[in-house]
Ligand binder design. Sequence first.
Ligand SMILES: [Fe+2]
Length: 449
Amino acid sequence: MYKKNIFFFSIFIVISLLIGGCDKNMPRQIINPKIRTGEEITFFIAADPHHLSKSTYTEGKAFEWFLNSGDGKLLTYTDEIIDAFILDIKVKKPDVLIIPGDLTCNGERESHLEMVEKLKKIEGLGVPVYVIPGNHDIDNPWARHYTGDEMIRIDSISPDEFLELYSPFGYDEAIYRDKDSLSYLAAPSEDVWLLMVDTARYNRNKVRTAPEMGGEVKEGTLEWIRECCQLAKENEAEIIAVMHHSLMNHSEVVYENYTIDNSQEVVNLFLECGIQVTLSGHIHLQDIKSYGKGEDTVYDIATSCLVSYPNQYGILEFFPNNGYRYSTDRINMERYVKENNIRDENLVNFKDYTRDFFYRRSYDKYYDSLLEMSRFSDDEMKAISSTVASLNLKYFAGFRNENMEGAFNTEGFNILLNTAPFFVRSYVLSMFDDKYTDNNRIFVPLRWE
Ligand SMILES: [Fe+2]
């Protein structure tokens, strides 16, 4: 199945163009995948790097408020975290890097410009990069400059500017582009193609006060995906789908604005196309879900946020005639600190710092939401918040079920068990009833045709 002739492959693309079956947006070039048939491939997946340029803030009340109202992202250290990741890439030499959106904190132009420089460095190491936008990247009304007590709105970037800035990172070498979105099809290898699906809804962001968080695959894009699948099939290539939003629910209680609106329709289309693996980000949770119909199953592997605890990235290895193996690894900050002679205590003790920061943000978030309910005493709120914050450390890192049983003996857990149902209780209980106990690894065998 994998014995293919690259000459035939290139000719097919050219013929397809000549007979006019393809859209005018399709680049008129002969595609010549660098990775030949039969080779093993290692893809790295860096989800939600949310880079924030240091030029967009000076320390003060405004920025402090912004930082403390976040979800545990280490926004003051995105520079160092991404650079440490680049060092990991240099050492480990993957074949391909995939970034499924939310490249920047809030779409600030400065953050995008710096991100592009970082991606150029990665390509300079011989690792091709493929990106799509997330819900934070385009026309974001939250792009701001923080100085002293003030927040001032600054420039974000338009969809056209996204395309221009990120043209070296997927768009320039696309085999086929969608005319209705920033989706594209790329062929880094003969055996495995990347269907990069833009699920973000930024069209009305300019007239909104907050960026649209939810996502979907547009009607026209569904049709384009069908054409992509046909093209891949004729070339005997497998397809990995990549999208920012979740293809399917990663939690029974937290899914609104995380999972694409037309989830079932897209799941059915992917099954029809024979797509087995989808890579997503957005929810910042390390989680694997699947949906099966008959003999076929499609997996949605969500990789957690690169700049939040536990600061890990996904590794997807493709073994020809065999399958896909997914695993994760944490950024090696120790090596980066050593090589660059860094003295910053937070970076020197990075593992403790990022864990404590994430714990504190979780704790404060749950304490504040319990306070609003006026249902528990202060001691009870503290006990529940510390239980949920401890559980979140494991939950976001991909662990579930018996891996969380340490919580059973805590006061907070017992208060939750003995109280009437409400969101926090359902959220905590959902962690003990999941399909996979460890969402950091899975093997997906290739289906038989
Ligand atoms: Fe997102």
